[in-house]
Ligand binder design. Structure first.
Ligand code: NAI
Ligand SMILES: O=C(O)C1=N[C@H](C(=O)O)C[C@H](O)C1
Length: 234
């Protein structure tokens, strides 16, 4: 598969390493400052850049008729625009707040836990995320996806960052040196606490999942999710 990397930072470099090991080729890569290779040679684009750059990168791929996998977080208020553009171009698009297989299973585990806990009103649910110091957005996209899954089964009306409002789901975001991505869901009562934790040991899980998504998307048309890629039921 001939891959264009839109964004060549921590994730772009990890994807390059694993994609080459899997026998794929990198035909184009770009950063905020420069690019090399020929974008139009690509069969698929993998986009991990920044919240400000994601929409223009995704649009560039859709406009060129190149299927695009985007992992960038913090831009999802524009998701509807990208869906419309993808439909207009009869293109192919997947975005996910987290491409790792483990986190996608964790999403389902948390939804199930939230459903099970719903009648037990003594427990208060909250989400904590911990990431490296360079992370631009807070809360993490993954924490937002976790919160949205829990809210389907909860009396809480929405999620908020650092809230003590009872009817909002509290997300706490911490920034610490070199943490790849940790997410903890807690159901807390005065008697006890039930905690579910996912801790990424490296960026390889995110990168492998993005490559899997690109392999899945390459010959398809439409808008898909990581649940489609991994065959996880809703
Ligand atoms: N969905 C997922 O599984 C994961 C998502 N992420 C997200 O991916 C994004 C990138 O993460 P990292 O690689 O760690 O960041 P990074 O800061 O290490 O790299 C970002 C790269 O994007 C480039 N860039 C910025 N503007 C650009 C533009 N206009 N065109 C092309 N390239 C541009 C930068 O020059 C840099 O090379 C973040 O939003 C992060 O939250 C990170 C890990 C996993
Ligand atoms: O910025 C990161 O590093 C990560 N971002 C994603 C997010 O915002 O959820 C995924 C992962 O946790 C790493």
């Amino acid at each position: 598969m001939k891959i264009a990397l839109l964004g060549y930072g921590k994730m772009g470099k990890t994807i390059e390493k694993l994609a080459l090991e899997k026998g794929h080729a990198i035909v184009f890569k770009s950063t905020s400052e420069s690019s090399e290779g020929n974008f139009n040679d690509a069969e698929v684009a993998i986009e991990f850049s920044s919240p400000e750059a994601a929409v223009s990168n995704i649009s560039k791929a859709l406009d060129a008729g190149i299927p695009v996998v985007s992992g960038t977080t913090g831009w999802l208020e524009k998701y509807g625009e990208m869906v419309k553009l993808c439909e207009k171009r009869n293109g192919s698009f997947i975005t996910a707040s987290n491409f790792s297989v483990g986190v996608n299973l964790f999403f389902s585990i948390n939804e199930y836990a939230a459903k099970l806990m719903a009648p037990w009103k003594d427990y208060n649910v909250s989400v904590e995320e911990i990431h490296h110091l360079q992370k631009k957005d807070a809360p993490s996209g993954t924490a937002i996806t976790i919160a949205e899954g829990i809210l389907k089964h909860s009396d809480k009306k929405d999620w908020k960052l650092n809230t003590s409002e009872e009817n909002s789901l509290n997300i706490t975001a911490k920034r610490e040196e070199d943490v790849k991505g940790t997410h903890i869901v807690s159901f807390d009562s005065s008697i006890d606490t039930i905690s579910l934790k996912h801790e990424a040991h490296s960026r390889e899980g995110f990168a492998l999942g993005a490559i899997l998504a690109a392999e899945y998307l390459k010959d398809k048309k439409g808008i898909f999710t990581m649940k489609d890629v991994l065959g996880i039921e809703d």
